[in-house]
Every structure is written in C-alpha cells, then in structure tokens.
Design a protein around this ligand. Structure first.
Ligand code: PMP
Length: 368
C-alpha cells in the first residue's frame, strides 16, 4: 500500500559487551523426545518459490516455520522455557498455580507446559482473539478470562491489570510475565536463533520478525548480530501499534487492527529496540491477503502475523535492492488453525471488507 512507511535508520552498534546469557549446547533435532515439551522448537526452514518472484525479487527468501511447533506457534518456546526456568529458580512447584496475560499463543505454550508439569493455569485474553485459541486453551486445561480489547494496558479491566491483580491477591498464584521475563528473549537467543544460523550455515543478509512482546526479535536479533554482524534485523509492526521507531512513523488514524499477536500501546521491557536495524509498518489488508496467498501458493498453513511479516519483508527487500546472491529469513509465528473462523473464512473476509464478493470468484477448478 502506498501509505506504508519504511524506516531504515542506522542502528547504534554497541561495543561487543559480554551477553548476560548462558551458552548451552545446541542440538538441532533428536530421534526421540522425552515429552511434548522436549519437542518444542526444531522447526523447518523452507524456501519461498513463487511469491518473491511475483514481487520481482531475485534474492533467496526462506521462512522459519514456527507455526509447525507442538502447540502451533513460536510462543511454545517461551511458555515451556518460562515454566522450566521458574521451577529451577524455585518460584514454581507443588501447590502453585499460574496466571498470564496473552493474546493467546503464549497461553497455549504455558498451557502445554502446565498440562505436562501439573499446574493450574488462568489466562487473561482480549475479546478480539479468536474462539479457536480459547477452545485449545480450555482443552489443555486452562481457564480463560476475556478482557475488553479497547482497554489500555494501564486500565484495571485490561488483560495485564486483571492478571497482575490475581497474582497480587494470592501468593500461590505466580505471574511469569512474558513482557518482563528474561526467559522470553532467552528462549529465542538460545533456540530460534541457533536453529536459523544452523540452517543457514551462518550465511544470511537479513532476518525479518514481527513484534509483540519483542522477545523473539530481541533474542534472535542479539544472537545474529553477535555471530553475523552484517545481518540486518528488521521489525514488522502494524499500524495502530506504537512499537516502531522513530515514533513519527506510528502516526495514523487506525486505532485497532485484526491481525493478532503483534503490536502494543506500550514498550514491553523485553523489547530491546537497539537490536533493530529498521521497521516496516503494515496494514490488515496486505497482511491477511498475504497470509491467504502463503496458504494457496506456497502450501504454508500460517496466520495473519506471518502474512504481515512476509509482506513487510518483501517490501523492505525490494526497497534495499536485494539481489540474487542475498538471503533473507522470515519468521512465520503461528498456524492458520487459530483463524479457521477468521481470515481463512471467505465470509469473514467479505464481512470485514477485505475482499469483495466479486474478487472472491475463483478460477474454475480444472476438475470441475
Ligand atoms: N505473531 C503472533 C501470532 C504472536 O502470537 C506473537 C506473540 N504475541 C508474535 C507474532 C510476536 O512475538 P513476540 O511476542 O516474541 O514479539
């Protein structure tokens, strides 16, 4: 879209300070996993063959398929990691339960961990998030409390304040708090980033990631900048969110958007914007049409934020004149099964004015 602003300001390159992270041995995959939690991660890297060509791009475009995680998203990594780290730190154990504010996917990751490790879990989630997410959470044994989508993060009825109050009222209820928990970026620093570097043999020119809590881009960005300092780390942020820099590029009349899991009206503690080399702002229309295209043309069953990230990545690569011998990696965060009644549904796309009825008339099936 013409009014999408791209910003590629120069990141301040820091002195190579020793990172606060531990360095664990990286194992790309195992023959047999001990339980469902052990199988989180180890997601495939797949080449896009048609869509970049259609956009006139000659560079290699790879997608890291986080939507193929055990619970269906990249947030499985942090759900499991936050629970296991809290156990190690002695914060979590028998008699404790958990509460967390989430747009849904962290909830599923936590619910997976809680199902296997045996903790009761309450999830606070805005009304805008899909019923599919609620059903999966409930199936995994969590209790879901819906909060008003329009409530600002500091208002008492917002998902964040409802979760904070539950934890403040009962010492046995633990809020792991993905927005400030160092285990969030660490899961990506030690997991996602290592897998990307392993798959690419440390050869990549850009990595493009959408931002919610910012845990993914902070962890992946930090490790990749350490190992491949020339690689650009590009963030995707929807219009209606205030995460992008500089602040002027966030200006818009758009208040809410349909794409789930990305964008905030506050800067989460775990988001280190100094790891980001550039930002691309995105609109629902481009994002959701791209998500549908990834499904129908590349066979990738991914969600709306994946569409946003691919759309942003292609725009950015084009503006940078990326050529044949350059490689870009895009993270696809979650699975289309979260959106069966949303952008996968033609009726929903028409009702929300993302496509007209006429545009939806598909070419006749060859076997019709
Ligand atoms: N896409 C989706 C669908 C998500 O649920 C999330 C997590 N909120 C993200 C992208 C962004 O991940 P992060 O919180 O690590 O920035």
């Amino acid at each position: 879209s013409k009014d999408t602003i791209q910003c590629t300001y120069k990141r301040e390159v820091k002195e190579q300070a020793p990172t606060p992270h531990s360095h664990v041995e990286f194992v790309p995959f195992k023959k047999i996993y001990n339980d469902a939690l052990d199988a989180v991660g180890h997601t495939p890297m797949i080449r896009l063959n048609k869509i970049p060509k259609e956009f006139g791009l000659k560079c290699e475009v790879l997608v890291k398929c986080e939507f193929l995680n055990v619970g269906g998203s990249l947030k499985d990594r942090i759900g499991v990691r936050m629970v296991l780290d809290a156990e190690k730190q002695g914060r979590l154990g028998p008699g404790k339960s958990l509460v967390e504010a989430t747009s849904g996917n962290t909830g599923v990751g936590l619910a997976l961990a809680c199902a296997v490790r045996g903790y009761p879990l309450v999830i606070t989630m805005p009304e805008k998030m899909s019923q599919e997410k609620q059903d999966v959470l409930t199936g995994l044994g969590a209790k879901v409390i819906r909060t008003p989508t329009e409530a600002a993060w500091y208002e008492p009825e917002s998902l964040i304040q409802v979760a904070k109050k539950m934890a403040a009222d009962d010492p046995n209820v633990i809020l792991l708090d993905q927005y400030s928990n160092p285990s969030n970026p660490l899961a990506h620093y030690e997991g996602t980033a290592e897998e990307i570097l392993w798959a690419c043999d440390d050869k990549l020119d850009a990595v493009v990631i959408s931002t919610g809590t910012g845990g993914t881009i902070t962890g992946v960005g930090r490790k990749i900048h350490e190992r491949v300092p020339t690689c650009k780390v590009i963030a995707v942020d929807p219009y209606g969110s205030d995460l992008a820099m500089p602040q002027e590029i966030n200006q818009t009349d758009i208040k809410t958007y349909k794409v789930e899991g990305i964008g905030y009206d506050f800067i989460p503690k775990v988001l280190d914007r100094t790891e980001i080399d550039g930002w691309v702002k995105t609109l629902d229309l481009d994002s959701l049409l791209m998500a549908r295209k990834l499904l129908s043309q590349e066979g990738l069953l991914c969600g709306g934020s994946s569409g946003a990230t691919v759309w942003g990545a292609l725009q950015w690569a084009k503006a940078q004149n990326f050529t044949e011998n350059q490689r870009i990696v895009i993270i696809l965060p979650d699975n289309i099964r979260n959106y069966i009644t949303k952008h996968l549904s033609k009726t929903w796309m028409i009702e929300n004015k993302f496509i007209s009825y006429d545009e939806l008339k598909e070419p006749e099936h060859p076997l019709a």
